[in-house]
Design a protein around this ligand. Structure first.
Ligand code: AMP
Length: 300
């Protein structure tokens, strides 16, 4: 008699191995294997320094696809000359252990040279939706985002890609890009994940000192108050915004970049709320610029 073979079950101590690639060629080989097995591929692009917001996008991708690819790439073309590219938080070991815990299938970590080899000279610019809001302070940001997302989607060739509503204008720019360039991928927006006190999670929150961290949740608080007033009463939007700006400064913000109510699709400023709208805010604590946005939910 032959001894009975142990069943092929993964024990709790056996982690799924995280496959890691850095070249476009290796990435394409891995993804081709998934597609050959008729697996639906989900993709979550990040700049690393992962937090629960990023991990929630992975959960959304898992629900939409059979396998999940995550990229980590701090994209130089989306940082302005005086911005924080060189000091942007990088914590690769911790990120890899978080991704192993999440049991994602593939991590893609290209180098700057892989993404932008010598001679690279193409730009991608998306129309009106990338104007206003964040682009007034960061005029080249959305061109950088559109370029890198177009490249990543073309390299990974996912069926579904997930982006956070935390960066709502970015999500709109990417939706426009994918529609206009006929890219065969479904773009899914995922809700903003917050700290217990309401502050939207962000890798840049690490820049805040203790006092700034105490003040930071007030951005969400003010956006929520404005959104609540718009949902329940019919106030003058101008007066409400002026009130919100005063509140942000009184509650400790150093300056305001923008505070505004916009159409949730075109992102054009509106004077009424007879359509889906969102309240958008960006404000500074010292050098750190925080952004957030909240939907106006009318009680029907
Ligand atoms: P980043 O690494 O900051 O480029 O972000 C990568 C992705 O995570 C983008 O789609 C962001 O919108 C999303 N993201 C960042 N912060 C959050 C958050 N607090 N909740 C949900 N998604 C987020």
């Amino acid at each position: 008699m032959f001894a009975k073979k142990a069943p092929m079950v993964l024990s709790h101590t056996q982690e799924k191995t995280l496959r890691q690639v850095t070249s476009i060629e290796a990435l394409r080989k891995e993804v081709a294997l998934f597609h050959a097995k008729k697996k639906k591929v989900g993709f979550v692009p990040t700049m690393g320094a992962l937090h629960a917001g990023h991990l929630s996008l992975i959960d959304t991708a898992k629900k939409q696809a059979d396998i999940v690819v995550v990229s980590i790439f701090v994209n130089p073309t989306q940082f302005g000359a005086n911005e924080d590219f060189s000091v942007y938080p990088r914590q690769l070991e911790k990120d890899i252990s978080l991704l192993k815990e999440k049991e994602i299938d593939l991590l893609y970590q290209p180098s700057v040279e892989t993404m932008y080899p010598p001679g690279f000279s193409t730009s991608v610019s998306v129309g009106p939706v990338s104007k206003g809001l964040c682009s007034d302070t960061r005029p080249t940001f959305f061109d950088g985002v559109a370029l890198i997302v177009a490249k990543l989607l073309n390299q990974v060739q996912p069926d579904v890609a997930v982006f956070g509503e935390k960066d709502f204008q970015q999500l709109c720019v990417i939706q426009r890009l994918v529609t206009d360039l006929d890219l065969p991928v479904k773009i899914v927006g995922a809700p903003t994940i917050r700290e217990d006190d309401g502050l939207a999670m962000s890798s840049r929150n690490a820049y805040l000192d203790e006092e700034q961290r105490r003040i930071a949740p007030e951005l969400y608080a003010v956006l929520k108050e404005i959104s609540g007033m718009l949902a329940t009463t019919d106030p003058s939007i101008d007066e409400l915004i002026a009130w919100g700006e005063r509140e942000l400064l009184e509650r400790g913000f150093d300056s305001i970049d923008y505070l505004t109510v916009c159409d949730a699709k075109s992102l054009k400023e509106v004077n009424d709320t007879k359509r889906p709208v969102r309240v958008f805010g960006a404000a500074y604590l010292g050098e750190t610029r925080l952004i957030d946005n909240v939907a106006v939910k009318h009680k029907s």
